[in-house]
Design a protein around this ligand. Structure first.
Ligand SMILES: *[C@@H]1O[C@H](CO)[C@@H](O)[C@H](O)[C@H]1NC(C)=O
Ligand SMILES: *[C@@H]1O[C@H](CO)[C@@H](O)[C@H](O)[C@H]1NC(C)=O
Ligand SMILES: *[C@@H]1O[C@H](CO)[C@@H](O)[C@H](O)[C@H]1NC(C)=O
Ligand SMILES: *[C@@H]1O[C@H](CO)[C@@H](O)[C@H](O)[C@H]1NC(C)=O
Ligand SMILES: *[C@@H]1O[C@H](CO)[C@@H](O)[C@H](O)[C@H]1NC(C)=O
Length: 445
């Protein structure tokens, strides 16, 4: 039986990346699979429509952290199962630019590994938030087909039902108060040059919540049947995807370099570390089993109760910047970092958006090396995965305890955030239920 969480506020959500589709379509020589590469553009990149050239790097970083402090998207509530309501958030600012309908219309959606539904605001609009692109008009798409409530597809989404009409009606709410209500329908989804006909999506007629104004909906990347990765898997070589995120919060990163999202590209070669992807029958989240963490040669372990039905003690979320460790483990970890790093500790760390441990230094902290031990995968972190520079002379540990994360109640479930995965090619293989890490210079990809 699982004891989980209610997440009411999470602090940092930083990266603002615009998933900018359209890149290359190539043949992978080793697997003969079609490889689709999508470009992920940081929202603060010069290429982004939101870029403000008069701001400094620190102003952008600070705003990004502040924004994320308020905008945490939390995942839809679940029905049934043992788990009451595992909540997480996608940070709300990873955007994927795809198209829907015939002729194709732009759909810019929040990339959310914590939910499954793909949806966009639709005409007629009973209640809509502001969006930059025109609303999707089902009447003007030749390939649009509303689903009936008796259809097989209608049953794939637990939040769908027969309401007062014969149409498949859904009501999908997120823990941060965002919601979409509308009809489940089919239409062609186009990612770069790949078109997938009959993709199930939500045509939202009544929508609200935290949106920045560029996006028109949310694109679920969870492990459930109606998520984008589950639905397009067949067309892109399998049910797996991977991402390679550049350390966008680093001053050393050229802001014009984009992160990447890959489909149909299997992570292989030397240096690949793999750990079981634990889905727990929940069909959304990507849980992992964390066994411990090392600081230099000193290893701290965590008790894993294998008698529990619920497997895993941390989940990987590309929308959360900071990594939250179970509190006891974090406490030992932080104490060891304090022993090893002989620099002036900045007292008022609150100023740095609830980061627990910050140092005053103009130089990078290159020691100690931190290794995260997952079941079967000892992931040796790079310096930019461990410490985050928040101003010209302050560097903070990019980790915190779950107790700071306001997953209050009884849960001690950790989050493996996106700072920890920059410069790793991270693959989510839903078919074999494996998550792999491969150290990679994402800037050079
Ligand atoms: C999204 O993609 C379309 C089609 O490629 C392009 O015209 C549009 O500028 C893109 N929007 C953003 C915000 O990147
Ligand atoms: C949608 O679901 C939410 C949460 O279950 C509920 O509070 C709300 O009344 C529902 N709205 C409609 C229109 O069904
Ligand atoms: C980034 O791109 C912008 C716009 O394309 C360009 O003006 C700028 O010089 C580029 N910056 C770097 C560091 O290459
Ligand atoms: C963060 O956690 C530490 C250690 O558990 C605690 O001392 C501190 O008060 C917490 N800070 C916040 C803002 O919750
Ligand atoms: C990563 O690749 C970029 C571009 O090729 C290069 O400038 C940079 O030095 C590389 N970083 C490391 C750590 O090798």
């Amino acid at each position: 039986m699982a004891t989980l969480l209610r997440c009411s506020s999470i602090f940092l959500v930083a990266f603002s990346i615009l998933f900018h589709t359209v890149l290359s379509l190539t043949q992978d020589d080793h697997h003969h699979a079609t490889v689709l590469t999508l470009e992920l553009i940081h929202r603060d990149s010069p290429v982004s429509p939101l870029y403000n050239p008069s701001e400094t790097h620190w102003q952008r970083l600070s705003q990004s952290l502040r924004r994320s402090h308020h905008q945490h998207r939390i995942i839809p509530h679940f029905r049934g199962k043992d788990v009451e309501s595992p909540l997480s958030f996608s940070g709300g600012e990873y955007l994927l630019n795809i198209s829907i309908g015939t002729p194709p219309r732009t759909l810019i959606g929040i990339f959310d590994t914590g939910s499954n539904l793909i949806w966009t605001q639709c005409i007629p609009c009973k209640e809509c938030f502001e969006q930059k692109t025109p609303l999707f008009n089902p009447a003007s798409s030749q390939t649009y087909k509303a689903l009936s409530c008796g259809s097989k597809q209608c049953h794939l989404l637990p939040q769908a039902s027969c309401f007062s009409t014969q149409l498949c009606h859904y009501n999908y709410t997120y823990g941060d108060g965002s919601y979409t209500i509308g009809n489940l329908a089919l239409d062609t989804v186009t990612l770069n040059s790949i078109s997938v006909r009959g993709t199930i999506f939500g045509c939202g007629h009544q929508n609200g919540g935290i949106f920045s104004g560029i996006e028109s909906g949310i694109i679920g990347f969870g492990s459930g049947a109606v998520s984008l990765v589950s639905q397009i898997g067949k067309s892109v070589g399998g049910k797996f995807f991977s991402h390679c995120l550049v350390p966008t919060m680093s001053t050393q990163t050229d802001p014009n370099i984009s992160s990447k999202l890959y489909f149909g590209h299997q992570v292989s070669g030397p240096g690949v570390l793999s750990t079981p992807l634990l889905l727990n029958g929940i069909d959304t989240y990507y849980y992992l089993e964390l066994q411990g963490i090392s600081v230099g040669g000193k290893r701290f372990t965590i008790d894993v109760d294998s008698s529990q039905d619920f497997k895993g003690n941390i989940f990987i979320d590309s929308g959360t910047p900071i990594t939250y460790l179970p509190t006891n483990l974090y406490t030992s970890f932080e104490a060891e970092i304090r022993k090893e790093v002989h620099l002036e500790v900045v007292k008022d760390s609150m100023e740095y958006y609830l980061l627990n441990l910050c140092y005053k230094t103009m130089f990078d902290i290159t020691d100690p090396i931190v290794t995260v031990h997952f079941n079967g995968a000892d992931v040796k972190l790079n310096l930019e995965n461990t410490f985050l520079r928040v101003s010209e002379d302050v560097v903070c540990l990019a980790f915190g305890p779950t107790s700071n994360e306001t997953f209050t109640e009884t849960s001690d479930l950790g989050i493996y955030g996106n700072v920890a995965v920059t410069n790793f090619l991270v693959e989510y293989d839903l078919e074999n239920k494996i998550l792999s890490f491969k150290p990679t210079n994402c800037t050079a990809q």
